[in-house]
Design a binder for this molecule. Structure first.
Ligand code: SF4
Length: 380
């Protein structure tokens, strides 16, 4: 199988899951050397690299019946594809050698149990690593029902593994995927990944992620973010993905309204505040119904309440305090601390000169040497 054949067979299967470290920016990668068939190739940020990654499935057949999924059992409109591990590995390597992709995300429907489907995924990983000597980025999915030894094997082959919880609690999952067992099939594999990583003394480096389908189970944002916070802190997940629900014809949820994509964006923003910016769940600006406001990003909403009337003195604030100011990220906080060593910061221009990118967004929440900054309109 060549790369063109593989893309042809995967057509229409690749846009359902996020893969990299900046999922809110993932887009199909239009590659000049793969005309018209590149919908399964996505630009992904992984580590510090941005790269094109092929999203593939060993099969789109499935014996489960998750209500939101186009691949669910019995859905006659779905074209079912099965690709042998050898063919998939060969087609991927052809794309890799042509420079069309640099990595692979591999998933599957469930056929003859999760363990059997996991074996097919592991076979592809092993063929790539051991036969083709592929050393690039590999993200392998953990199937519902996979065994602990299979999870270990996936971690020895892959840079990243993922098991999708789909919903934040067992009760919510039962509303959208009643044939999946929340704890035994989805949460336990994520626990095993964490345990194996911790007990391996650095030998197993594979990071782990999960994904929630946002909306159809009726869960408020506070449930999603509470689960997210625990997954980051207790199970060491690198990323929690949020997929805005889209109704699919001929499924039990085809009459449910789609989830506003802005909700997904706000969830990502809040999850980054929890993971990277030192915020706690109780500091998120939830409304009475447990959701984040859609009209304002959560960091700004927090700052409006806490910093608008009590702005932060740039010259004495800790890096952690600076991180809470809208417009100041990790790099900006670092640059401010470095600039302070050379002298007192008195004007917005001093912040710009230090390399802080979003000075205008930060200005309303700052003091510079005891004074609120004055923004001078640009004349030229
Ligand atoms: S197990 Fe996966 S592929 Fe199968 S129906 Fe559920 S979500 Fe879809």
């Amino acid at each position: 199988m060549d790369g063109h054949d593989l893309l042809e067979r995967l057509r229409g299967t690749g846009d359902l899951e996020s893969v990299g470290d900046a999922p809110e920016h993932e887009r199909p990668a239009r590659r000049r050397n793969v005309p018209d068939l590149s919908e399964c190739i996505t630009h992904v940020v992984a580590g510090n690299r941005r790269m094109p990654v092929l999203k593939a499935m060993t099969t789109t057949a499935c014996e489960r019946d998750c209500f939101y999924c186009p691949f669910r059992a019995g859905r006659s409109a779905m074209r079912r594809v099965r690709i042998t591990p050898d063919d998939l590995a060969r087609g991927f390597m052809a794309l890799y050698r042509a420079g069309a992709v640099e990595g692979l995300f591999l998933s599957s429907g469930v056929v003859r149990g999760g363990s059997s489907s996991q074996d097919a995924i592991l076979d592809v990983g092993a063929i790539l690593r051991e036969k083709h000597r592929f050393r690039g980025y590999l993200h392998l999915k953990i199937m519902p029902g996979a065994e602990r030894d299979q999870v270990l094997r996936a971690m020895t082959l892959a840079d990243r593994v993922s098991a999708n919880l789909e919903a934040p609690t067992a009760d919510r999952l039962a509303r959208i995927a009643p044939s999946k067992q929340f704890t035994a099939e989805l949460l336990d594999p994520l626990r095993w990944v964490h345990e194996l990583r911790q007990s391996s003394e650095g030998r197993l480096r594979a990071s782990s992620t999960t994904e929630f389908v946002v909306g159809p189970a009726g869960e408020p944002d506070v449930e999603l973010l509470s689960a997210t916070e625990r997954l980051h802190h207790q199970l060491g997940l690198a990323r929690v993905y949020f997929s805005a629900f889209r109704p699919i014809a001929d499924t039990p949820l085809d009459n449910i309204a789609p989830t506003d994509n802005m909700r997904r964006i706000r969830l990502y923003q809040a999850s980054f505040l929890l993971r990277d910016y030192g915020f706690g769940l109780e500091e998120m600006p939830f409304t009475a119904d447990g959701n984040l406001p859609l009209s304002v990003d959560p960091k700004r909403a927090w700052a409006e309440v806490h910093l608008r009337e009590a702005p932060l003195e740039v010259n004495t604030a800790t890096p952690q305090e600076l991180l809470r100011v809208p417009g100041i990220g990790a790099k900006g906080a670092e640059r401010i601390v470095a600039a302070r060593r050379k002298g007192t910061l008195r004007r917005l221009g001093d912040l710009r000169g230090a390399g802080v990118a979003n000075v205008e967004r930060a200005a309303a929440f700052l003091l510079l040497d005891g004074q609120r900054p004055i923004e001078q309109p640009r004349l030229f």
